[in-house]
Design a protein around this ligand. Structure first.
Ligand SMILES: Cc1cc2nc3c(=O)[nH]c(=O)nc-3n(C[C@H](O)[C@H](O)[C@H](O)COP(=O)(O)OP(=O)(O)OC[C@H]3O[C@@H](n4cnc5c(N)ncnc54)[C@H](O)[C@@H]3O)c2cc1C
Length: 504
């Protein structure tokens, strides 16, 4: 079988496969001329999350006069303040505790007792958040991005009124305005989040006591990550999910193994189950449940309930109506392939537009958007955005699932390799999981890669690069991988895709 070419595709190739929304419908304006020397900015970014702050820095690096407006008072958005970073800090700390309790003795490391010091664990998380968010302020200074702390409202396609956090009001003018206002927690009808007994992910990152019983509503990646944190620290965790499966976007076979792995960690699942009501009248919380298809009701008791049923775009008070920016039914701003809305000079990126709600996707959007504004080519391919669930084991994937490949009617090959046959995983006694590769039968071009293993979120990037360059499974198989590494499992799975693995 021929080794596929590793030549870099042209930027237009990348663009062609991005999800497009009514590209022909909206006109987009390239820059309206740059404003150096005047009071007016070339670019005004509303929102300082990973989409907005990265975009502002990139715009400044491209020589555009840039202002970023952020209402929170700290930069980094959901991701750094109440999302990716604090959750990964707690996932790491709780994993260490769990390892100390359950695995260290197998490695000959013994101690008489191990206990959780929750305030110290939370303080370490808060320190990471503080240092990282302050670090971005430093990057703004270094790159000469003007930073305005306050709530931005669109007055016109070139003017943003800002109620500053110190009580003033100012108007920021820009030739190009980019909306990067992100997303917020989705609440459920009849359930009031008080961030004490009924919490969102934000409350779940700041509990002051370990709940004896935690119920998680929603089996998406955020619910499973936060459920893992508190389960490792001692909570009895039950996940209630309306759908038939956990993490619906995951490859079905990998998902089954993943659910089994979490069940071994004592996480309980109630799938195809609807939460009818939540009663907080007594000391604890009582949830009334019934089968998704209707039937007998049951009561489930909890000390804390985490509502993790997804996120919604955040555009509250922004004034989209005032200037006529078009949104879809879910409230997401509609943009074309250059991130331009229907209003000339107004763009949108990140969680507030359609596409995966992920920090790295928001960053890619932001960079491409200002590259277009600066008259260059940008590229984002949503088919190649990796997704990671940072539990233990982690699950990481890129490209198509087997279900998606089947539904496309493509002839395909599958190669799998279990970590039980990987020497490094065996050496460290952490061998749960597998690599699964899907490739087009005729060309051997890789269509999707799914990894469940410790550090799968790091391993996946070899596959992301392979997909970007249109590589075949044979390309990966014939690439020398260092021994002993977990990455060798990817090489073996690639061998299994077009031929046979060695170590199985
Ligand atoms: C618990 C949790 C864990 C997560 N873990 C991961 C992960 O591991 N990996 C991953 O990729 N993603 C993760 N995410 C998702 C990730 O945080 C988001 O996809 C990402 O932050 C989106 O970036 P954004 O810039 O589009 O929006 P946001 O990060 O939401 O930033 C938008 C910013 O705009 C500000 N803003 C809004 N309106 C205005 C206004 N009118 N004026 C001024 N400022 C305004 C907001 O205050 C906010 O700071 C997680 C999310 C949560 C909740």
């Amino acid at each position: 079988m021929a080794i596929s070419t590793l030549a870099r595709p042209k930027a237009t190739t990348f663009l062609s496969s991005r999800f497009l929304y009514s590209t022909s419908k909206y006109s987009f304006s390239l820059t309206r001329g740059f404003a150096s020397g005047s009071d007016e900015n070339d670019v005004v970014v509303i929102g300082g999350g990973p989409g907005g702050y990265v975009e502002a820095i990139k715009a400044a690096q491209l020589g555009l006069k840039t202002t970023c407006i952020e209402k929170r008072g700290t930069l980094g958005g959901t991701c750094l303040n109440v999302g990716c970073i604090p959750s990964k800090a707690l996932l790491h700390s709780s994993h260490m505790f769990h390892e100390a309790q359950h695995s260290f003795a197998n490695h000959g490391v013994k101690f008489s007792s191990v206990e959780v010091d929750l305030p110290t664990m939370m303080a370490q998380k808060d320190k990471a958040v503080y240092n990282l968010t302050r670090g971005i302020e430093g990057l703004f200074k270094k790159n000469k991005v003007n930073y305005v702390k306050g709530y931005g409202k669109l007055l016109s396609p070139t003017e943003v009124s800002v109620d500053t956090i110190d009580g003033d009001n100012t108007v920021v003018k820009g030739k190009n305005i980019i909306i990067a206002t992100g997303s917020d927690v989705k609440s459920l009808p009849g359930i009031t989040i008080d961030e004490k007994r009924i919490v969102s992910s934000t409350g779940a990152l700041a509990l002051t006591e370990i709940p004896k019983k935690l119920v998680v509503i929603g089996a998406g990646y955020i619910g499973l990550e936060m459920g893992s944190v508190w389960g490792r620290l001692g909570s009895e965790v039950t996940v209630v999910e309306f759908a038939a499966d956990i993490v619906p976007t995951m490859d079905g076979e990998v998902r089954k193994q993943f659910q089994r792995a979490l069940e071994k960690q004592k996480m309980k699942f109630m799938l195809k189950t609807k939460v009818v009501s939540v009663d907080t009248a007594g000391d604890g919380v009582k949830l009334t449940l019934e089968p998704a298809s209707g039937g007998n009701q049951t009561i489930l008791e909890a000390d804390v309930v985490l509502v993790s049923a997804g996120r919604v775009p955040f555009t509250s008070g922004l004034g989209l109506d005032k200037i006529g920016v078009e949104t879809d039914k879910a409230g997401r701003i509609l943009v074309n392939e250059r991130f331009a809305s229907n209003v000339p000079g107004v763009y949108a990126i990140g969680d507030v537009i359609p596409g995966p709600m992920l920090a790295h996707k928001a960053e890619e959007d932001g960079v491409a958007c200002v590259e277009f504004i600066a008259g260059k080519e940008g590229h984002v391919d949503y088919d190649m955005v990796p997704g990671v669930v940072y539990t233990h084991p982690e699950v990481a994937s890129v490209g198509k699932t087997e279900e998606q490949v089947k539904s496309l009617g493509v002839d395909y090959c599958v190669g799998k390799f279990p970590f039980l046959a990987n020497s490094r995983a065996k050496a460290i006694d952490d061998a749960e999981g597998l690599v699964k590769i899907l490739a087009e039968k005729e060309s051997d071009k890789i269509l999707g890669v799914h990894i469940m293993s410790p550090n799968a979120g790091e391993l996946i990037h070899e596959a992301v690069l392979a997909l970007h360059y249109g590589a075949s499974s044979e390309d990966i198989a014939r690439t020398c991988h260092a021994h002993p590494t977990m990455s060798e499992a990817l090489k073996e799975a690639a061998m299994a895709t077009y031929d046979k693995p060695i170590h199985m």
